[in-house]
Design a protein around this ligand. Structure first.
Ligand SMILES: O=C1O[C@H](COP(=O)(O)O)[C@@H](O)[C@H](O)[C@H]1O
Length: 250
């Protein structure tokens, strides 16, 4: 399956191979655009190895850091120093060493008046609109060159949790997520499905045995947020052997 709203599944041996495959795809995606490039990062455990790889002597020289802008698909409303802060994880893994500070676009989380996820979401929406130069997304002109995604054990992606209103949002670019069925929960902010879909390529990283159960449900076509997150162009799922359901193994 490829192109359009279909997704392409690429299997890799293990998390190390996944990080390399994702880094190569990111570099290819960046090199397709000789102007300003926008990459939307994800949080969670899955992308950390990729992020660390990007800062290595092998990969760092292959990225035109001055013309790449780095955004984040979702964030928890915790202080920047908190281990749960998605953009801080990416900063520590590679951005602080490689990217100009002005090219890093975090979701604001840690001042007293930002405890309301809707306030933080509105600020980020304005920032994305200013970067894009319009208040409506044009299907012919994607917001992002590349969007990275992960899958949670319940089929959530970004901070779009099954059964919560954020998944159904079609007008807003960014929404507050004041609650969801995960423990412990902290309020979050998430880009919406139409915003994430506005990209040339969407790339999921799904690794480890703990993902096998949810992947079985997703491959069966369940109506879960991760199955609804599709690029208008190319959507790729990188899946490692440990995550792959029994029926799909070679
Ligand atoms: O809550 C989150 O989880 C998903 C999946 O994370 P992972 O640790 O299973 O890779 C992640 O994509 C998202 O950014 C994060 O906030």
């Amino acid at each position: 399956m490829t192109g359009g709203h279909e997704r392409r599944i690429i299997t890799v041996a293990d998390p190390a191979a996944m990080a390399k495959a994702a880094a190569e795809r990111m570099i290819a995606s960046i090199s397709e655009n000789d102007g300003r490039v926008a990459v939307c990062l994800t949080g969670g455990s899955s992308p950390k190895a990729l992020y660390q790889l990007l800062a290595t002597p092998e990969y760092r020289p292959r990225i035109p850091w001055d013309r790449v802008d780095w955004f984040i698909g979702d964030e928890r409303l915790v202080p920047r120093k908190d281990a749960l802060h998605n953009m801080s994880m990416a900063r520590q893994a590679f951005l602080d060493r490689c990217a100009p500070a002005a090219n890093v676009h975090p979701i604001a989380t840690d001042t007293a008046d930002l405890r309301d996820p809707d306030v933080s979401a509105a600020l980020y929406e304005n920032e994305l609109m200013a970067f894009y130069g319009a208040e409506r997304l044009d299907p012919a002109r994607p917001l992002f060159d590349l969007v990275l995604m992960g899958v949670g054990p319940d089929g959530h992606t970004a901070s779009l949790f099954p059964g919560y209103p954020a998944v159904e949002e079609t007008r807003r670019w960014v929404v507050g997520v004041p609650k969801a069925n995960v423990e412990p929960f902290v309020p979050r902010v998430s880009l919406t499905l139409p915003t994430l879909a506005s990209c040339r390529e969407m790339l999921f990283e799904i690794a480890g045995e703990s993902k096998r159960a949810i992947l079985t449900r997703l491959f069966a076509g369940e109506n879960l947020p991760a199955n609804r997150a599709r690029s208008r162009n190319e959507t790729i799922w990188l899946v490692d052997q440990a995550a792959l359901p029994e029926d799909f193994r070679g």
